[in-house]
Design a binder for this molecule. Structure first.
Ligand code: F6P
Length: 321
C-alpha cells in the first residue's frame, strides 16, 4: 500500500529531543510530497481522534525545546481491545497509511501489538532518558538527561567538599542503572547503586569510615531509583557511620531542558530514517544509529529486556575513586 498520509505521535515519558524528531518527520515527509498529521497526547489522541494537520511552518522554532509540542501521555486504554479498536477507527477515518511512533519501549510494545492486530505500518523512533531499549545503543534524550544530572552532581560536589559531607543522589532510570552509572562515572562519584547489581550497604559504610580515617571526608553515592530511595539510604549511612549525610532526589528535572547537540543530531537523523523506512514499505520496527549508520531493529526485538553490560562502567568507577 502506498503511503500518502503519515501520522506522527509522541507517547510515554517525554524526553529532550522529541520536538526535534517531530520536526524531522514532518519536514522529511513534506519534502517527499506526503501529508502529515500530528496526533495529540500519544495513543490517547488516536483513540479520541485528536489530530492536527502539520505543515512546514507548524514545526518552526521547536528544535531547541525540551518536551513535546504534540504532548504525551501514558495510555493504559490503548492496551484494551476497545481502545485499540477506536484508535484503528481514527486511522481509517482519516486515511492514515502509516505511523511514526516517537517513544520508549512501552510505546514500541503498543505499536507492535497494533501492527499485529490491524496491520498498520509503524516505525519507531527511540526516545527515553533511560536508554533502556533493547538493541539500541543510544536513545534520544539520554545524553541531555545525563548532562542535566551531571550539572547537578557538579554543584553538589562543591557543597559536599566544602562542608565535608556525604551525599546520596537519586537519579531516574526506572529499572535501569544506566543513568546512575553514566553520571557516577562522569561526575567522579565514589559509588553507584544500581538495580542490576546487589550492594552491601554495611560494606560501603565500612569503606566510607576507612576513607574518613585516611582524611577522605566527602562522598557522593549515586543511587538509581530502581535500586533504592536516597532518603532511606542516607539515613542508614548516617546511622551506621555517624557521618553527616544528605539526600537529594533529582527527579523530573532530568526530563526537561534544551536538548544537547547529541540528542538533536540523533533525533533529526532518526526522524528522516523513520520516514524513509515507511516510504520504502518497511514496518513494525524501530530505527537507531549503530557505528555511524542507520540500523533497523524489529519491534519484537526492541521490546525485549535490554541486557545492560554494567560491569565495565562499575569497575571503572571503583578504579577511579
Ligand atoms: O521512562 C522515563 C522516566 O522518567 C523514568 O526514568 C521514570 O521512572 C519514569 O519515567 C517516571 O514516570 P512519570 O513521569 O510518569 O512519573
Amino acid at each position: 500500500m502506498a503511503i500518502k498520509r503519515i501520522a506522527v505521535l509522541t507517547t510515554g515519558g517525554d524526553a529532550p529531543g522529541m520536538n526535534a524528531a517531530i520536526r524531522a518527520v514532518v519536514r522529511c515527509a513534506i519534502n517527499k510530497n506526503r501529508e502529515v498529521v500530528g496526533v495529540m497526547r500519544g495513543w490517547q489522541g488516536l483513540i479520541n481522534e485528536e489530530l492536527k494537520h502539520m505543515d512546514h511552518r507548524s514545526v518552526s522554532g521547536i528544535i531547541n525545546q525540551g518536551g513535546t509540542m504534540l504532548k504525551t501521555a501514558r495510555c493504559p486504554d490503548f492496551a484494551t481491545k476497545k481502545g485499540m479498536e477506536r484508535a484503528f477507527n481514527t486511522v481509517k477515518e482519516h486515511q492514515i497509511d502509516g505511523l511514526v511512533v516517537i517513544g520508549g519501549n512501552g510505546s514500541f510494545r503498543a505499536a507492535h501489538e497494533f501492527y499485529k492486530k490491524y496491520k498498520i505500518p509503524a516505525i519507531g523512533i527511540p526516545v527515553s532518558i533511560d536508554n533502556d531499549i533493547n538493541g539500541i545503543d543510544f536513545t534520544i534524550g539520554w545524553d541531555t538527561a545525563i548532562n542535566t544530572a551531571l550539572n547537578a552532581i557538579d554543584n553538589i560536589r562543591d557543597t559536599a567538599t566544602s562542608m565535608e559531607r556525604i551525599f546520596v543522589v537519586e537519579v531516574m532510570g526506572r529499572k535501569s542503572g544506566a543513568i546512575a552509572l553514566a553520571v557516577a562515572l562522569g561526575g567522579g562519584c565514589e559509588e553507584a547503586l544500581i538495580p542490576e547489581k546487589k550492594f552491601d550497604l554495611a560494606k560501603i559504610c565500612h569503606e566510607i569510615v576507612e576513607g574518613n580515617l585516611r582524611g577522605k571526608i566527602s562522598w557522593i553515592l549515586v543511587v538509581a531509583e530502581g535500586a533504592g530511595h536516597a532518603e532511606e539510604i542516607a539515613k542508614q549511612i548516617k546511622d551506621l557511620t555517624s557521618l553527616d549525610t544528605r539526600a537529594v532526589v533529582l527527579g523530573h528535572v532530568q526530563r526537561g531542558g534544551r536538548p544537547t547537540a547529541v540528542s538533536r543530531d540523533l533525533a533529526l537523523n532518526l526522524g528522516k530514517a523513520a520516514v524513509d523506512c515507511l516510504l520504502a514499505g518497511k514496518k513494525d520496527l524501530a530505527v537507531s544509529v549503530f557505528a555511524g549508520k542507520i540500523r533497523e531493529v524489529p519491534f519484537a526485538e526492541a521490546v525485549k529486556k535490554k541486557n545492560f553490560k554494567y560491569e565495565h562502567f562499575y569497575n571503572l568507577i571503583k578504579i577511579l575513586t
